[in-house]
Design a protein around this ligand. Structure first.
Ligand code: CUA
Length: 380
């Protein structure tokens, strides 16, 4: 009776082990996704700034893009790589999955056969094999070979991901409590939570942190690398196609770890050059009367203690640079779409949107908040 239960359990577990492998194999029919630039990755985030009525009092931050579950920045599957390195990692993932599924299936099949065939054999008839050298060698050699193959495949992929001596574009990414700061080599501006990169050019990045260990990860661009305080790590990748890609922190770093995300906009060379040139210039002077009032009001508040708006008296360094805030698709490290409604919600109470982030709640009258929103959204 207990043997029958064991048998059923073995069969169920074997089946459970195989199912994910089957599903995964089904989802990825194309082995070389980078060679055929699929235009499926539309910049969903910017394309749909339709003012989501964010009146819901829920502290849970609404997802930024409601794209179809199979694609788009919200589902940055490593099985849909958009860089050669990402494709290498996908290949390795599939290889390891296939090998380990093979091991699992083999073990469960043998186990099932043995249980079925010998379950009624009296114990006295069981032949003991203790100390059998041949068997010992075989069951040591087989796992050793499997591990050696996995080791070889992993080392080979690691070699493919090696950082080249020189790259066309270099930037520094710094992890903060819970946002990202980006600074390009040879440029004078800093930006936050959204970065533009040129397609088909090899990019490298220095990864730093100001507080705890974060981890830089753009799943479709390749591996993840820790950002360690007081130590610089590096990563390199070559974005293959124009599009918008979600990056995220992949090392638990506190309450809002899940809301520490960023967007990578991969542009054509011309668009990238335009973006770089645009980011260099100081903040636009406000034009609408409400925005002008906001620009005046912001200097009377504590905002400049943390934020910089180049071209104004605000020169804080603790928080995101807001010089081109209005041109960003999202706010709060991709916590919300950047819409006047969401910015209002954020300014009314940042702690309600993203609890424990470093921006305190500042009591302000509604008309003042409206002026700040008008000004910040003009900072394109
Ligand atoms: Cu930063 Cu998790």
């Amino acid at each position: 009776m207990t043997r029958r239960a064991l048998l059923i359990a073995a069969a169920v577990i074997a089946l459970a082990l195989c199912l994910p492998a089957v599903a995964l194999g089904h989802e990825t029919p194309s082995p070389t996704p980078t060679s055929t630039p699929t235009p499926t990755l539309t910049p969903t985030v910017i394309a749909s700034p339709a003012s989501a009525p964010s009146a819901a009092p829920s502290p849970v931050v609404a997802p930024v893009a409601a794209s179809s579950p199979a694609q788009g920045p919200d589902t940055p599957s490593i099985l849909r790589p958009e860089s050669p390195g990402g494709a290498d990692i996908k290949t390795l993932t599939i290889q390891i999955l296939v090998i380990l599924s093979g091991v699992a299936i083999t073990v469960w099949v043998i186990l099932t056969i043995v249980i079925l065939r010998y379950r009624h054999r009296p114990e006295a008839e069981v032949r003991q094999t203790h100390g059998n050298l041949t068997i010992e060698i075989i069951w040591t050699a087989i796992p050793a070979v499997i591990i050696a193959v996995l080791f070889f495949l992993t080392i080979r992929t690691t070699g493919q991901l090696a950082i080249p001596a020189s790259t066309q574009v270099h930037f520094a990414a710094t992890g903060h409590r819970w946002w990202w700061e980006f600074e390009f080599a040879g440029a004078t501006f800093k930006t936050a939570n959204e970065i533009h990169l040129p397609a088909e050019q090899t990019v490298s990045a220095d990864l730093l942190s100001t507080d705890v260990i974060h981890s830089y990860w753009v799943p479709q661009m390749g591996g993840k690398v820790d950002m360690i305080p007081g130590h610089i790590n590096r990563i390199s990748f070559t974005p293959a196609t124009v599009g918008t890609f979600l990056g995220e922190c992949s090392e638990y770093c506190g309450h809002q770890h899940a809301n520490m995300r960023f967007l990578v906009f991969v542009d054509s060379s011309a668009d990238f050059a335009r973006w770089m040139a645009d980011e260099q210039r100081p903040a636009r002077k406000p034009t609408a009367p409400e925005a002008v009032a906001g620009a005046e009001f912001i200097t009377t508040m504590a905002c400049g203690g943390c934020h910089t708006i180049r071209g104004t008296s605000l020169a804080g360094e603790k928080g995101p640079d807001l010089t081109h805030f209005g041109s960003r698709a999202t706010l709060g490290a991709v916590a919300l779409r950047n819409t006047p409604e969401n910015l209002t919600r954020w300014l009314e109470d940042p702690q309600a949107v993203k609890p424990e982030n470093l921006m305190p709640r500042i009591q302000m009258p509604a008309d003042r908040i409206a002026q700040l929103v008008a000004y910040l959204e003009e900072l394109k």
